[in-house]
Design a protein. Structure first.
Length: 278
């Protein structure tokens, strides 16, 4: 293990957008196992394996929070979304990104997304997107635990911004007889303990007492959540439909950006990486 420092029905209640050249928008969450996309006016329309087929075999362009094949990612996005967007549209695109190593991910993601001819690209930390999807009170410290297929992140948000973050290159896709669910729970507990030890304020303690917010496919696994509750000795709050929380949170940000287009440039960040305390 390496450690470094709402549901479809809910989306249908969002204000619909006109499908025009300048009003189209896409929210993207590209994980190691699944890629999910929300398109303005249509909701979540894609939830498919993150894979491309350049030749005879399958290639997985995103691995453990890193885009390892930018061209393959672009081909995948063109195949999945190219025919689903209004003709000649210039969509506003919001992409979720891992908190750590986010700069490299954002750079590669923006290059791949160019295949959609975006008028602007906005990136958002996955943990913040999860909090937005949950409608969490961001005026108070919040711990977000994202249990992905190949990557687990623990992020402390303060006033909605990343204050501290840890990750483990381990996820539900690694579970087998040799990697029991207890290993993921132990990894999360170790990351939270490290945060508590290095935090000279009461922010992490306050967030833990409030109850970590769980998202990702691992939040649907009771063998993980039960062990995690026992290890953290804290109440856990699972986001509704946790496996799609990140893309739904990005969709909320997309709608907000559409309402205030002057706040977005060609390449913008919803939460710059230098705000993360290491």
């Amino acid at each position: 293990m390496t450690v470094v420092r709402r549901s479809r029905a809910a989306l249908s209640r969002h204000r619909p957008w006109p499908l025009c050249r300048w009003c189209s928008g896409v929210a993207l969450d590209m994980g190691s196992a699944r890629t999910r996309a929300w398109v303005a006016g249509r909701g979540v329309i894609i939830d498919v394996p993150t894979v491309t087929f350049p030749g005879a075999g399958a290639v997985y362009p995103v691995q453990r929070g890193s885009i390892v094949d930018t061209e393959g990612t672009a081909r995948m996005l063109e195949r999945l979304l190219g025919h689903r967007l209004p003709r000649f549209s210039r969509p506003l695109v919001v992409v979720t990104a891992p908190v750590l190593d986010g700069f490299a991910y954002r750079t590669e993601a923006r290059t791949a997304v160019e295949v959609l001819r975006p008028r602007s690209v906005l990136t958002v930390p996955g943990a913040r997107a999860v909090a937005l999807a949950a409608g969490a009170d961001l005026s108070r410290p919040l711990l977000v635990v994202d249990l992905g297929a190949r990557l687990t992140e623990v992020v402390l948000l303060v006033d909605g911004a990343v204050f501290d973050a840890r990750r483990a290159a381990l996820g539900t896709g690694d579970l087998d007889a040799a990697t029991p669910a207890a290993r993921i729970a132990e990894a999360v507990a170790d990351m939270v303990t490290s945060m508590l030890r290095q935090d000279r304020t009461s922010l992490t303690v306050d967030a833990l007492g409030r109850g970590p917010l769980l998202a990702g496919g691992g939040a649907l696994r009771p063998e993980i959540t039960c062990r995690l509750t026992a290890r953290l000795h804290a109440p856990l709050r699972t986001v509704p439909a946790p496996h799609t929380a990140a893309v739904r949170g990005a969709a909320r940000l997309l709608e907000a950006a559409h309402a205030h287009p002057s706040t977005t440039g060609p390449d913008a960040d919803a939460d710059p990486p230098d705000r993360c305390r290491h």
